[in-house]
Write a protein that binds this ligand. Structure first.
Ligand code: CMC
Length: 432
């Protein structure tokens, strides 16, 4: 702990309150207010956690002003260029890059937990054929709790690790099964001799009646998108996983809570919303009209894929994704893709507009990812599901970190009560 202090003077305090200031490795210091209520009877008020660090974490570092993202200290640009999703998952979970043996053992373990109980497969029959795949994900991931009773002793590190492996391994299987249910095709079983992403693509696009060859371009592009989506410190879904997990809940229920939180259009649902928005805009002649709508406070329309709670500069992930998007479209001989062209023109227009500049609104990770997914044949409704598969690496890492932290307690925020003061019950006949 540093010896820095912060002081609080306020009308309701009898004396000046001294608070410890905590310093991390990098990034802003944090005022330790844990004793504030006990000592001075005061709460802090911070809706949306704009200025609140909810925990200490050694997993991911973001500097939103500088556009920096690092996993365990490694810059995202280096990981994107040199690593793979499973290597990054190992890094997030264990804190260090694996050596060859460690990566091979880890990969082998993950790839041998890919099957799901046959009874779980029958769950899909209960969903309507047009059920949103995220709705199926929330239900089926939560239902894993009913099957894997041998890995739910949260005090046991080996149980926690096994639950994390199972989640990472089974998410693609559940995701692909949800897709197959939507399109009315038979579920494809995992092929453990393929890569993590290759196996997912095989389960998505393979058919029982013919051989499926994994396209290396699609495999690399999806692997890269998974790396970029793997973690993002205390975002809404990760905080949801931590909050649910803080009560000692079953790990599968915790991750189902993460999936539910991710689904919202302000979070992981944005990549689906971006494509819907681009389609609604239609062509470049409509851009000014939609920019005006985004700026109009009486209009609920927002430029989807723009803005971020933390990044007030270009999201470093968006820069990488934009490049990959171009490469994918070029290789698919689709470099004149009208949606990419429109997205590019819209971005240019917004980045020259005072409204967006003043507020630090730049393209985020979701702005171009949907265009890549669509070019690879992945339908819009699956975009957030893809995000969920990747973010599972971050969710399980945070969940494991939290349970190991001796300071962890059940998450229980307080409130500023603004309702009625005490009043007496009014009998029905006296009410107006
Ligand atoms: N279009 C138009 N105006 C915007 C936008 C936008 N996309 N985003 C923020 N603003 C304005 C907002 O109206 C406000 O203006 P004012 O100060 O005049 O009231 C100002 O910018 C600050 O916005 P905020 O809503 O207070 O910012 P926030 O940190 O609470 O919200 C956000 C961040 C990501 C929810 C928001 O920028 C947004 O809704 N973006 C569109 C949805 C989106 O792309 N989400 C994906 C986020 S990245 C993926 C992930 O990590 O999940």
């Amino acid at each position: 702990m540093s010896d820095k202090k912060a002081y609080l003077d306020c009308d309701s305090c009898e004396e000046r309150i001294e608070l410890d200031v905590l310093s991390g490795t990098v990034g802003p210091d944090a005022v330790d207010i844990t004793q504030l209520y006990g000592g001075a009877g005061l709460f802090t008020y911070d809706p949306g956690f704009l200025s609140t660090a909810s925990c200490g974490s050694a997993i991911t570092y973001i500097d939103g002003d500088e556009g920096i993202l690092r996993y365990r200290g490694y810059p995202i640009e280096q990981l994107a260029a040199k690593s793979s999703f499973l290597e990054v998952s190992y890094l997030l979970m264990y804190g260090e890059l694996p050596n060859e043996d460690q990566l091979s053992t880890f990969t082998n373990k993950i790839m041998h937990h890919t099957m799901i109980n046959e009874a779980l497969l029958r769950f899909f029959e209960g969903f309507h054929c047009d059920a949103h795949p995220m709705a199926m994900m929330v239900g089926v991931v939560g239902s894993l709790s009913a099957f894997y009773h041998d890995s739910i002793d949260m005090q046991d590190e080996a149980h926690r690790e096994l639950a994390a492996y199972r989640l990472l391994a089974k998410m693609p299987t559940i995701a692909a099964a949800a897709y197959k249910h939507n399109v009315g095709e038979r579920v494809m079983y995992p092929r453990n001799n393929l890569s993590y992403v290759g196996n997912f693509l095989q389960m998505m696009f393979g058919l029982p009646c013919e051989d499926y060859a994994v396209d290396p371009l699609a495999e690399r592009a999806v692997d890269l998108l998974f790396i970029l989506h793997a973690d993002h410190e205390q975002n809404a879904s990760t905080s949801s996983v931590r909050l649910v997990g803080s009560s000692g809940a079953n790990p599968f229920a915790c991750i189902a809570a993460g999936v539910a939180s991710l689904w919202g259009p302000a979070h992981g649902g944005a990549n689906e919303a971006v494509l819907k928005m681009l389609e609604e805009i239609g062509d470049a002649s409509q851009i000014d009209k939609y920019i005006d709508k985004a700026k109009d406070k009486d209009d609920p329309f927002r430029l989807m894929g723009f803005g971020h709670r933390v990044y007030k500069n270009y999201d470093p992930r968006a820069k990488i994704i934009r490049e990959v998007c171009l490469q994918v479209l070029e290789k698919l001989a689709d470099s004149n893709n009208p949606l990419f062209e429109l997205a590019h023109r819209l971005e240019e227009r917004a980045l020259h507009d005072e409204y967006f500049l003043e507020r630090g609104l730049y393209p985020n990770v979701d702005y171009y990812s949907g265009i890549i997914y669509r070019a690879l044949g992945i339908p819009e409704s699956m975009f957030t599901v893809m995000f969920a598969i990747a973010r599972t690496a971050g969710w399980v890492s945070h969940w494991m970190e939290m349970l190991k932290d001796p300071k962890h307690r059940i998450g229980r925020p307080r409130q500023l009560y603004v309702g009625a003061d005490q009043r007496d019950y009014v009998p029905m006949e006296e009410r107006t």
